[in-house]
Ligand binder design. Structure first.
Ligand code: CA
Length: 227
């Protein structure tokens, strides 16, 4: 069955070109001209991936991204942002918004297809990987066990989810908002500090391996990637 790709883009030429190449590559494109329509189609059709333009009339791409990531029905759908040069790329990429990747306009259609395939592949690996590991840290989601070196960890559910999220994204920075969102399913400004206190307890439980969780100033946390 062809994978559904939702394109949310107000520029007709770009949207139609994308749809055309996606079809040629065996995907099934669905098109939305506005953010509002895009949100509706995302909920209705549950696409495998969403291409989301940043500058849209009405609600813009950042807001669409935020709403998609906050609704449980659409939170897991990967998003690739389509941005113009100079737009706030730092904000988009994986930081508070949780987009999975981005391409800068003008992009080649080939590049977009490659990105889509890469993001979809990554998503599938994460889904089926019950055991994740980086350096001395290992976590088995199915058996609900985690280890630091040879030491089995006694973690609360929140700590477990926190560690799982960091390990699934080893080498990448995870913002407090993203961590809040994955672990507790919501993100409010005042709660960012509770991520800090959980990380503190988690580090203490990791003992000598506590420093594998790095603080990234002003953003959040990262587990070192496998050397
Ligand atoms: Ca636009």
């Amino acid at each position: 069955m062809a994978e559904l790709v939702l394109i949310i883009e107000d520029e007709k030429d770009i949207r139609e070109n994308l749809a055309f190449s996606l079809k040629r590559e065996g995907f099934e494109p669905i098109e939305a001209e506005t953010g509002e329509r895009g949100l509706e189609l995302a909920r209705l059709k549950k696409p495998s991936i969403i291409l989301l333009d940043l500058m849209l009339p009405g609600i813009d791409g950042l807001e669409v991204c935020r709403q998609l990531k906050h609704a449980s029905a659409t939170a897991l759908i990967p998003i690739i942002m389509l941005t113009a040069k100079g737009e706030e790329i730092d904000k988009i990429v994986g930081l508070e918004l949780g987009a999975d990747d981005y391409v800068v306009k003008p992009f080649s259609l080939r590049e977009v297809i490659l990105r889509i395939r890469a993001v979809l592949r990554r998503g599938k690996e994460e889904q089926y990987e019950s055991v994740v590991n980086s350096g001395a840290l290992t976590l088995d989601a199915v058996r609900h066990q985690a280890w630091a070196g040879d030491m089995e960890l006694e973690l609360t559910l929140s700590e477990f989810k926190l560690l799982q999220d960091l390990l699934l994204h080893a080498g990448q920075v995870r913002s407090r908002e993203q961590l809040l969102d994955t672990v507790w399913g919501y993100s409010f400004e005042g709660y960012a500090r509770s991520v800090d206190s959980h990380i503190k307890r988690l580090r203490a439980k990791l003992g000598p391996h506590g420093d594998l969780i790095e603080t990234v100033r002003g953003i959040g946390y990262r587990v070192k990637a496998n050397p």
